[in-house]
Write a protein that binds this ligand. Structure first.
Ligand code: CP3
Length: 370
């Protein structure tokens, strides 16, 4: 495995100061990458691009290396994780890598009986619905996920000046899988618990906030340059319920990793009405789906935060001309933003033509070159 097209790893610059114990050295080139500059709302040479779910979708090279390896097992093999994480960086020349894993990996690591079923998603053998079930959610230690530390160590060497984004599922979205027992359209069991036993709900989210924060810390200490908290399904809630039932736990996660100084990204789907409170929860960058134009999203999020988004992933199934036209709409709406990271409004859809993603990356880079 080699990242032929990637810049070589650089040695630590003395000007950069010593990295804290356990963290990978940060180079000037990495610190000055377009992605990290945009997260910090600094001027950029071009708008940085990466795609949620860029690693491990329809790429033929991904399907080849995954052959015969179940999803969760693939997340525990450092060489495989490294190869899959690098694949979209090599192919599309995106400005950041996202660590190949899944939001349920930390739950599996603490002993929750769950599996990822192809075409379905995470399925939990025994749903968490009663107070006695909380005992199954023990704290996560770095030893539980030593393969993550190992894989990120390998990755940062290969990536050089390309930032690596670590990630975790947010407490609400993880709770939804645990309480429902699997993917859910209406989140009825989750809401039944949230409204019917607010104390148990708060304790559940508190447990999950601890696990999530611990999982993000492992990734940052191993060398991740940024982290994203996926609250994919929180758009199912009203703003008032979000503030009361979810925001405290998500805010705890962001506060727990604040001291590392790495950018924190917060993303959810269908969250147009929640952008204000999601911005308040403590992230540096707020991810926006395709339903709200970025200029309007900036008004809702308020000043002091960069935005990430927000091309509809389904647009990539259209003609190259239509993709460019819709991309220009996104870039035009982003023109006055303090910081913009180009992304899709949700993850790459499984049957997306990989070449459409390569073309899109190049188009955004060319069009925004300053
Ligand atoms: O972004 C990346 O490319 C990194 C890898 C990544 C995966 N899952 C790999 C994966 C990331 C960031 C995730 C996050 C994730 N997982 C989220 C949040 C992002 C989002 O899309 O909203 C959620 C909700 C999950 C839970 C989950 N895991 C779902 C809904 C699915 C898809 C089920 C399916 O087959 O369509 C999974 C499985 C999964 N996670 C796969 C991959 C590559 C497919 C597994 C397989 O091919 O066997």
């Amino acid at each position: 495995m080699s990242a032929n097209d990637l810049p070589p790893a650089r040695s630590t610059s003395p000007a950069g100061g010593a990295p804290s114990a356990g963290q990978q050295p940060t180079t000037d080139a990495l610190r000055d990458s377009a992605f990290l500059r945009a997260c910090r709302r600094e001027p950029v040479p071009h708008t940085p691009v990466w795609f949620m779910r860029q690693a491990g979708r329809s790429l033929p090279e991904y399907l080849k290396v995954r052959e015969g390896v179940p999803m969760l097992e693939s997340c525990m093999r450092p060489e495989l994780v490294t190869e899959i994480t690098l694949q979209p960086v090599r192919r599309h020349k995106v400005d950041a890598a996202i660590y190949f894993s899944d939001i349920v990996v930390p739950l599996k690591a603490i002993g929750i009986d769950l599996d990822i079923k192809p075409g379905v998603g995470p399925v939990v053998a025994e749903p968490v619905r009663r107070r006695e079930d909380l005992a199954r959610l023990r704290d996560l230690t770095p030893e539980d996920v030593s393969y993550v530390t190992e894989a990120i160590g390998m990755l940062t060497g290969e990536l050089g000046a390309t930032p690596l984004i670590g990630f975790a599922g947010a407490p609400f979205t993880l709770a939804s899988y645990l309480v429902e027992g699997g993917p859910s359209r209406n989140h009825e069991h989750t809401k039944a618990l949230m409204y019917g036993d607010p104390r148990l709900w708060a304790d559940l989210l508190d447990r999950l906030a601890g696990i999530t924060a611990a999982f993000l810390k492992v990734q940052i200490e191993a060398g991740a340059s940024a982290v994203q908290l996926f609250d994919s399904w929180v758009g199912a809630l009203s703003p008032a319920d979000y503030r009361r039932f979810v925001m405290p736990a998500s805010a705890t996660v962001f506060a727990e990793v604040e001291g590392y100084g790495v950018p924190r990204i917060h993303f959810g789907v269908g969250t147009g009405e929640l952008l204000g409170p999601m911005g308040e929860a403590g992230a540096d960058v707020v991810g926006v789906d395709w339903r709200v134009p970025l200029d309007e999203a900036a008004r809702r999020v308020g000043p002091g935060r960069a935005l990430q988004g927000n091309l509809d992933p389904a647009v990539l199934f259209s003609t190259p001309e239509a993709v460019e036209a819709k991309t220009r709409e996104v870039l035009d709406a982003a023109r006055g933003l303090e910081g913009h990271i180009f992304n899709l409004g949700h993850g790459v859809l499984p049957t997306t033509d990989p070449d459409a993603l390569t073309r899109l990356t190049e188009y955004v880079h060319t069009r925004t070159a300053r």
